[in-house]
Each structure stands twice: as C-alpha cells, then as structure tokens.
Design a protein around this ligand. Sequence first.
Ligand SMILES: *Cc1c(COP(=O)(O)O)cnc(C)c1O
Length: 496
Amino acid sequence: MKPKIRKATRHVNQNEGLIFEKSSPGKAAWKLPPLDVPQVDTAKLLGKAERKDLGNMPEVSEIEIIRHFTRLSTWNYAIDLGMYPLGSCTMKYNPRVNEAVARVEGIANGHPYQPEKISQGALQIMKTLSECLIEITGMDAITLQPAAGAHGEMTGLLMVRAYHQSKGNPRKKVLIPDSAHGTNPATAAMVNYAVENLKSDARGMVDLASLKQQMNEDVAALMLTNPNTLGVFEQQIHEIADILHAKGGLLYMDGANMNALVGKVRPGDFGVDVMHLNLHKTFSTPHGGGGPGSGPVAVKKGLEPFLPAPVVVAKPDGTLGFEYNRPHSVGRVRSFYGNFGMFVRALAYIQANGPDGLRETTEDAVLNANYIRKGLEGTYDLPYSTPSMHEVVFSDKLQARKGVRTMDIAKRLIDYGFHPYTTAFPLIVPGALMIEPTESESKEEMDLFIEAMKSIAEEVEEDPQTVLDAPHSTRVSRLDETAAARKPVLRWKPAN
Ligand SMILES: *Cc1c(COP(=O)(O)O)cnc(C)c1O
C-alpha cells in the first residue's frame, strides 16, 4: 500500500492563467462617502506635487485585491502549515501568546525617543530578559543590541579584540573548526582576524591534538558552535577551554544551537567567555523572510567593560535608565536598543514555559531529532554515529548511486507537503541532509515526514527521474538559485 501523502498542491490552481495582471480601467478598491467638511483646495495645498492621474497603479476591485494577496500567501510555505525541518535554522512554532503580549498597547506603541521616565515598563522588559538569559547561559553580563546571530558574532569578536587590546596585544588569529556554522569564518574575516581552520575527529568533534598544536599567543579566540553543525555536543568542552585559557585565548561559543542545551547545561559553567544567542531560534521569535532577528551577546565578568553602550542600569532613585558613559565600550552596534519587539516575544516565551517548561522543550527537541534519526537510519546514510542532539545529519550516499543528490530529494519533499531540510550543509558531510524537527512537532507529523522520506527513497530506486524533475506541484519548478539570490525580483513593476 502506498503511504498516505499530503500534497502541497491543495492551494495551487495551475489553470489560473495570467495571475498578476489583474488591472482593468476604472476599477477601484475603495469608495468614500461624500465630504461633510469644507473641501480643501488640494491644488493650492500640494502645488506641483498633486497627482492628476493614477500613473501606472493597477486598477482592481476590493475583492480582487484581497483574493490576489490571499492566494499569493498560500503559495508560500510556513511553519503554520506544517513541519519546517530546516536544519540549523530552528524553525520552531511561534506561540500565539508571544504575539498577544507584543500587541499590548503600551508595548506596541512605545517609541525609542520616549523619555526614560515613561519607558519604565520597556526598560523592565529588557532588564528581566537580560537576567533570564544570564541565568540560562551562566554568564555574567549581556547586551541585547545585535540584530541577528551573525551580528552577535561580530559584536562578540569586537569585544574579544578590545579585551586583548587592553592587555597590550590584539592578537591576529581566530581558530574555527570545520564543523562550525558558515557565518563564523565570515564574521572573523570581516572584523579582520585571520581564520585558521581546525579539523574534526572521526566522532565529529574538535580534534584536541590539532587544537593543542595550533594554539599559541597569537590566537585571540576559538569560535565554537556547540552543539556543532553535525548536531554533536563537544564532549571535551572543558579541555578545549583549558587549552585556550592556558595561552591567554578566549572561548567564543556560537550559541545559536542553545535549543539543545537550555535548562540542561550552561556554557558559563563549561568555560565559555563570550557567546551569542539567537532569540529567533531558541526562544521562538519569528524569523521568516530574513528578520527581524535578535542576537544578544553574553559575556563573563572580564569582558563586561567592553559591552556596547548603552546598557540598562538601576539608578540611585530606584528607576531604570540607560547608561551611556562606558569608556571601554566597543560602541553602539545597532540603532536604539535592538529589536525590542523580539525581546517582548522571547521573554513571553521564557515566562510562559518557566524553568521546567524550557528544560522539557530542550528534551523534546533532542527526542524528536532522534526519533527521525531512528526512523530514517538505513534508508539514508548516517555518516557520524555519535549521538544526535537537536538535529541529525544524513548523507545522500545511497541515493547518489542512482544519480539523485540531496537537493533533488529536498525538491521532491516539497511535493509531499513539507518544507525542505537544509541541503549540502555542513560542508564536512558531502551531500548532507540536515534535519531539525524542533520540539514543536507531534509524533503524527514526524511519522508523515518519515513516510515521505522513505517514499522518496523508494522512488529513487524505481523511478529516479520523478525525483530529479521535482517539484511537480509548485507554481514554478527548479529556479536558477544563483540568479534568485543575486538578482532577486522582489516587487511588481508595470509591464510597460
Ligand atoms: C543561524 C545560525 C547563525 C547565524 O544567525 P543569523 O541570525 O542567521 O545571523 C550562526 N550560527 C549558527 C550555528 C546558526 O544556526
């Protein structure tokens, strides 16, 4: 019997013809009542700026425009439609309670130019979130300013440099394992550090012998993604920290994968000096379409003087305020105070879950990744047998014999109603399939996913061309992905 397949085609009508050009002369989506106030002389008021015709604006009725945008919204995939197993990106469900809190009037309408006196609630939100994140990470101080994970990395490395500079030598190199996230070497290069690659051992962890050999007084820091992009926890993290510290180096932890650790272990307790968090991953704030994100950076005491200004402090009169006078600060890294709306959502998530809930969330994220690992082991090649944390990385080795690669399998998954997993990353696994279900998914949804992946593996054996030509159910099929990234068409323009 063929497995149950949930088709992505349910929203797509292939026979719709010209779907974008809906304009017809004279139609409008609004109708205003007659004026009951004196008419203003707009020509006098606007002068040359007054527009006499509609220009190239499309002319459509209200229902047409509503249907147009509603239809467009259904051609996209969303976490609100189904599982979004994009490894490393932690596409967890954004609980609606976060949104309800973010829409509370005083919060939603707050303005960064408001005086501190009437911003006490907003300041309290920032202070409480900071305290929660410090508690969760085991660090000593934090900045909420950075707008994304990679931005947090940059902020962290600027602080690393300022720290070494204060000791008389900024140092030149940053060590980065081959299992790190791609943003790590990019960030280090951007802030002008020389990047030195550190190799992994057969278990997918940092090779201690190589680290010892490469560590010297010219190394400013090791940037370690933990768990790394293989979904593997660095079991020798204490030794790693000791090797660095013995030569005066710092341990930077890319904490974007903290959803595997929250409530279980604290980076501050295993030797980390500076780290970033991704609120838009671990703490469920939305991150579709490139943002807005939030990448707070937490540090140990020794790095606190270098935090970006301003920081939230309690003033002598008991109110909260911003402290700008920080002589050793690396400066401001973001306008105002960061993406405040994300702070509200992250704090709502943390408080709604509480300590036990957060711990359970971590356990469920790891349980779900391992459920999928067990379900697909044998069907897909598993290059590292080390236990998985929050994500599992397979390779396309078995399917490659039929000429089908990870990208083809991912494209076929779209026909089964799922968002693709992450393809061809991490780079140390040739043809990687990186799958992160997150704790949001039920057993039923994961069973459907496993069935879909198994069904695709069967297709690869019996009819590889179907997989190679996928997706078959979408409005457009295979795109030129380079052109889509380099020359994106992001808005409608008049045809003429
Ligand atoms: C997502 C991610 C980043 C980058 O975060 P952005 O918010 O996309 O800049 C860095 N490291 C790891 C491990 C990640 O998963």
